[in-house]
Design a binder for this molecule. Structure first.
Ligand code: PXL
Length: 269
């Protein structure tokens, strides 16, 4: 049996729902051998209303981890998550260019859920100019799609198409906007665009706040499909189904947060 390998370059979400923890759990569910290069550590503060406190690692520590995996091992696909600063983004781009990895999924994490406060303004600019052109797929949510496209409002399918076109023009080969339950549409819709055709991915809207980590999980699930050699749209559809089950079975872990359940599509029938 061939074991396919994927790398996530992401922040650690100590609480386990999002970040590299979500990615590794998702890779495992898809039968992919997962590896992780940590960019920053996020610790939620139980003494301060669960604020997300970000602890960066030295850039040299990230460079060393990327060398381990990209130079020392090799991967079938990689995904990026929280990169936090433009220095980190520049380093990741440089290491991608020195590697032979073909499938590059950029999840342009610009904030943690609930806090639509961008992590760092120049990281958005660096994602646009440095990472989008290197992406085989970019997977913004609505908040990130607005920032990357410059659109002020994003509420309808027409808006999603306009945003996808603008983000495609940044140089990403494929765009998947995770609209989810955020749009004024009846279903939860996501839009896939390959520069030629728009494909709407649909599921019923789930009314829940137990969805911490949904975006990371979705992007990791697409990455897993690509690592196995599946095509982009098949991987996106499978990822949507996987994430729907994960959100449907989301659960509260304390009074502040409820993560998605990454094991749901296997364990909850
Ligand atoms: O969901 C965005 C996200 C990504 N990466 C890390 C996070 C979060 C949100 O909490 O902690 C590490």
């Amino acid at each position: 049996m061939k074991i396919y390998k994927a790398l996530t370059i992401a922040g650690s979400d100590t609480s386990g729902g999002a970040g590299l923890e979500a990615d590794l759990k998702t890779f495992q569910e898809f039968g992919i051998y997962g590896m992780a290069a940590i960019t920053v550590i996020v610790a939620q503060n139980p003494h301060n209303n669960w604020s997300h406190d970000i602890y960066p690692l030295p850039l040299t520590a990230l460079a060393a981890q990327l060398d381990t995996v990209l130079t020392g091992i090799g991967v079938d696909a990689l995904k990026t998550g929280m990169l936090a600063t433009s220095d980190i983004i520049e380093l990741v781009a440089q290491k991608i260019d020195q590697s032979s990895v073909k499938q590059i999924v950029i999840d342009p994490v610009l904030a943690c859920k609930g806090t639509d406060e961008p992590l760092n303004p120049d990281s958005a600019e660096a994602i646009k100019t440095v990472l989008a052109p290197r992406a085989t797929l970019i997977t913004p949510n609505v908040f990130e799609a607005k920032i990357l496209s410059g659109l002020k409002t994003l509420t309808t399918l027409d808006d999603l198409q306009e945003a996808a076109q603008r983000i495609y023009e940044l140089g990403a080969k494929n765009v998947l906007i995770k609209g989810g339950a955020k749009l004024e549409t009846e279903d939860a819709i996501d839009l896939f665009y390959d520069g030629k055709n728009y494909t709407v991915l649909r599921s019923p809207k789930l009314v829940t706040t137990y969805n911490h980590g949904a975006g990371c999980t979705y992007a990791a699930a697409v990455t897993a499909g690509l690592a196995k050699g599946a095509n982009m749209l098949t991987s996106a559809q499978a990822a949507k189904d996987f994430t729907y089950a994960a959100i449907k079975n989301g659960f509260p872990i304390n009074q502040y947060v409820g993560p998605v359940w990454h094991g749901a599509s296997r364990l909850c029938k």
